[in-house]
Design a protein around this ligand. Structure first.
Ligand code: AMP
Length: 284
């Protein structure tokens, strides 16, 4: 496994791989790697010849300095996990390597509604930061395929839209969410939960599954308020619990017929730790 921190050697290596006709699968991450990240890498290994994982805590997607400061940074452990999972390349750049001319960026893309709702309305500028870093990383790496998790459903919609509006020759592959035994979505933030909080957090996924099972059987406002009540009673502070069109992310209203694809998304605080999760329903 090779670890690169700067551009020169990385790009030389990647272009040699390309000359050999090898395809490149790319998994962007912010580190504190867990098996959820490794499941993306496993899918990348199946679909491409060489897998590169980036580890970069991107400052421009944080709207809260405290959150950025507290974000776990565990490069040594991450490298061990990557080696164990036979990842070919780690790219772990500094902020200066990613943003040599500074962090300011004018977003050339139009994401419409997708970045205005849910995470977009609670985390100002978050998706601009995500688009900025992913487009920079795609410029550097030029992968054949980009692997991202359904765990961050709205993020995959943003990047899908970005790819449609640009000329990257990269295919986006969306991978399923890996969960703990109790249903809690794996997340780098879970290490900040107490054992008790982690154990109880299975209720988040169970509540999403319950809401999904009620689609078409009860008005959406009732499903939402019951779900919010369950999670509120567990002591969580909710940012949102939303039932939306799976493509446009427009929130559905009671009288709307169910579209082909529905996504139910939740964001909540477990103590000081903000968690997100979602579940998808598709017309059969
Ligand atoms: P992050 O390091 O949290 O920015 O995540 C990097 C990538 O891993 C994103 O595409 C996430 O959606 C994905 N990811 C995070 N957690 C999981 C999980 N539990 N299962 C599958 N993919 C995940």
């Amino acid at each position: 496994m090779l670890i690169f921190k700067t551009l020169e050697h990385l790009q030389k290596h990647l272009s040699a791989l390309r000359k050999k006709g090898l395809s490149i699968g790319f998994v962007p991450t912010m580190g504190a790697l867990h098996n959820g990240h490794m499941s993306l890498a496993a899918q990348a290994k199946k679909g491409t010849d060489q897998v590169i994982i980036s580890i970069f805590v991107n400052p421009t997607q944080f709207d809260d300095d405290e959150d950025l400061k507290k974000y776990p940074r565990t490069l040594e452990q991450d490298a061990l996990l990557c080696a164990k999972n036979e990842i070919d390349i780690i790219f772990a750049p500094s902020v200066e390597v990613i943003y040599p001319k500074g962090e300011k960026w004018v977003n050339p893309f139009d994401f419409g509604n997708i970045t205005k709702v849910m995470e977009g309305s609670y985390r100002e500028g978050h998706f601009d930061g995500v688009a900025q870093v992913v487009s920079r990383l795609l410029d550097i790496i030029l992968p054949n395929q980009l692997f991202m998790g359904q765990k961050d459903y709205q993020q995959t919609s943003v990047i899908y839209s970005m790819l449609q509006q640009s000329n990257y020759p990269t295919k986006l592959v969306i991978c399923p969410t890996l969960r703990e035994k109790n249903g809690l979505a794996m997340s780098s933030r879970n290490i900040r939960l107490s054992e008790e909080e982690r154990k109880n957090a299975g209720i988040i996924n169970k509540t999403l599954a319950k809401a999904k099972a009620l689609l078409g059987k009860k008005p959406l406002t009732e499903i939402k308020s019951e779900s919010k009540a369950i999670l509120g009673d567990e002591g969580y502070k909710l940012d949102y619990f939303e039932i939306s069109d799976g493509y446009s992310l427009v929130a559905l209203k009671d009288d709307d017929p169910l579209p082909d694809k529905v996504v139910i998304c939740v964001a909540l605080y477990c103590g000081e730790v903000r968690l997100i999760d979602n579940i998808v329903w598709e017309q059969v």
